[in-house]
Design a protein around this ligand. Structure first.
Ligand SMILES: Nc1ncnc2c1ncn2[C@@H]1O[C@H](COP(=O)(O)OP(=O)(O)OP(=O)(O)O)[C@@H](O)[C@H]1O
Length: 234
């Protein structure tokens, strides 16, 4: 059973067909990156997988479960990193991560996670007062603290400096040893660094899916992306 399975997914929102007959899967032990122009349907798809939106047709399964009807037990097996917002701003990274760790039977090693993401210096500062990149790293730590079996990471390195990007890519690859990790990104460099499998969406549809090499088809991911998505920006 794949970690994530999307079969013929359609999602209509207020008259807009945000996702149209999309099918792809993400295996455990792999990083799957989802690319596509603005409005392609990436966030809508991921929100269906996170159980935040219902499907209009087709099906989505995460660890074999329908996320829209999932129990708290299922949710504890899934890590979610939201692009912005979602973090409580009046607490500190340390208090937040300790609290989250206390919700899991076998959480990640907090000291190690904090050190890897270089959050030591700001661990006791209010999240409200952190820089964008620091908040981004707290959000990633929050997604990974429960050692998820499936992780959804939305643009995990957007706005990070070059050192932090490398560290996050290492961490994401490590996380994917045991988990299915799904990363949405606009960065070809990010996809080429971390992806085992690539899904490209345009106008709600999947226009390419396969291993990184299959999708690159002998060229660069960037060239392939532009060839597949040109004229399709919504
Ligand atoms: N609540 C909503 N009401 C109406 N239309 C919506 C709603 N949410 C999404 N859409 C539309 O659905 C389509 C897909 O949006 P989605 O946010 O999934 O794209 P995306 O690929 O994540 O884009 P981005 O790269 O900008 O994050 C877009 O045309 C968007 O305007």
């Amino acid at each position: 059973m794949p970690g994530v399975e999307v079969v013929g997914l359609r999602r209509d929102i207020g008259g807009v067909r945000a996702v149209d007959d999309a099918s792809w899967s993400a295996a455990r032990g792999e990083v799957t990156t989802v690319l596509g122009p603005n409005g392609a349907g990436k966030t809508t798809t991921i929100e269906c997988l996170e159980g935040l939106q219902p499907v209009s047709a087709g099906s989505v399964r995460v660890l074999g479960t329908d996320p829209w009807r999932a129990s708290a037990d299922h949710r504890a097996r899934v890590g979610v990193m939201l692009q912005d917002g979602g973090l409580p701003v009046t607490t500190t990274p340390q208090r937040l991560l300790r609290h989250l760790a206390s919700l899991y039977a076998v959480p990640a090693d907090l000291a190690e996670l904090t050190a890897r993401l270089d959050l030591g210096r700001v661990a006791n500062r209010s999240i409200r007062r952190l820089s964008g990149g620091e908040r981004q790293r707290v959000a990633l730590a929050a997604a990974l603290v429960g050692r998820p079996e499936v992780a959804f990471l939305d643009e995990p390195t957007a706005g990070l400096d070059p050192h932090a990007r490398l560290e996050v890519w290492d961490l994401v690859r490590e996380c994917a040893r045991d988990a299915a990790v799904v990363v949405t990104t606009h960065s070809f460099e990010e996809a080429e660094r971390i992806a085992d499998t690539v899904v490209i969406m345009a106008r709600g549809r999947v226009v390419a899916r396969g291993t990184l090499d299959e999708v690159r088809a002998g060229g660069s991911l960037e060239d392939r992306y532009f060839a597949l998505t040109s004229g399709s920006r919504s």
